[in-house]
Design a protein around this ligand. Structure first.
Ligand code: 5GP
Length: 190
C-alpha cells in the first residue's frame, strides 16, 4: 500500500471566498499542495492549464471515468464535469506533502467518505445568499444566467454544511483566513 498523507477539503458555494482562503493557506509554511482537479469546461481568461485545473475535453473526461481514474467526479453543471484524479493525490503524498482541495460540497463529502481517518473537511459559509450574489456579480467572470445558476446551487449547498467537520464563517476575510490556519495547524500536528 502506498504512503498516505493528510487531506484538507475546503468546500463552499461558488463565490464564498474559499478559493482566496485556500490560496492564502498555500502561501504559509504548512507543507500543503493544491489538488489540481480535472475539468471539462473552458478555461476563464485568467486561468492556466495544469495550474488551476487540468482542462480536458468532455470525451477525455468520459474515458477517464471508464478507466476508473477518479477518486470522485461529478457533473457539477450540465456538461461541466469536475473530478479528482487518483494520480493527483498519490503524486502529492509521494512528495511528502498534504493535499488541499477546493472542490464542491458533494465532492468534498465524497473525499471524506473515502478517507475518513485522515481528512479534515471544512465548509466555508458565506454571510448570506444576497452577499454571495453581489460577490459573483462583482467578479464579473460569469453571465447573468450562469450567476443565477450558481446562486440556486448555493442555496442547495448551504444545507450540507452540518455534514462537514467544521463550518468556517467568512464574514471578514482576514479573520476567516487566520481561523483556517489555526485549524490546519492543529489537524496537521495530530
Ligand atoms: P468553477 O467552475 O467555478 O471553477 O467550479 C465550479 C464548481 O466545481 C466549484 O464548486 C468547484 O469547487 C467544483 N469543483 C472543482 N473541482 C472539483 C472536483 O475535483 N470535484 C468536484 N466534485 N467538484 C469540483
Amino acid at each position: 500500500m502506498s504512503k498516505q498523507g493528510k487531506l484538507i477539503v475546503f468546500s463552499a458555494p461558488s463565490g464564498s471566498g474559499k478559493t482566496t482562503i485556500v490560496k492564502n493557506l498555500l502561501s504559509r509554511d504548512l507543507d500543503l499542495e493544491f489538488s489540481i482537479s480535472a475539468a471539462s469546461r473552458e478555461p476563464r481568461p485568467n486561468e492556466i492549464n495544469a495550474k488551476d485545473y487540468h482542462f480536458i475535453s468532455l470525451e477525455d473526461f468520459r474515458n477517464k471515468i471508464e478507466r476508473d481514474e477518479f477518486v470522485e467526479w461529478e457533473e457539477v453543471y450540465t456538461n461541466n464535469f469536475y473530478g479528482t484524479l487518483k494520480s493527483e493525490i498519490q503524486r502529492i503524498w509521494d512528495s511528502g506533502k498534504h493535499v488541499i482541495f477546493d472542490i464542491d460540497v458533494i465532492g468534498g463529502l465524497n473525499i471524506k467518505k473515502q478517507y475518513p481517518d485522515n481528512t479534515l473537511a471544512i465548509f466555508v459559509q458565506p454571510p448570506s445568499v444576497a452577499e454571495l450574489k453581489k460577490r459573483l456579480v462583482g467578479r464579473a467572470t460569469e453571465t447573468p444566467e450562469k450567476i443565477a445558476m450558481r446562486v440556486a446551487k448555493a442555496e442547495e449547498e448551504i444545507q450540507y454544511a452540518e455534514k462537514f467537520d467544521y463550518t468556517l464563517y467568512n464574514d471578514v476575510l482576514e479573520v476567516a483566513q487566520d481561523e483556517a490556519e489555526q485549524l490546519l495547524i492543529k489537524f496537521l500536528e495530530k
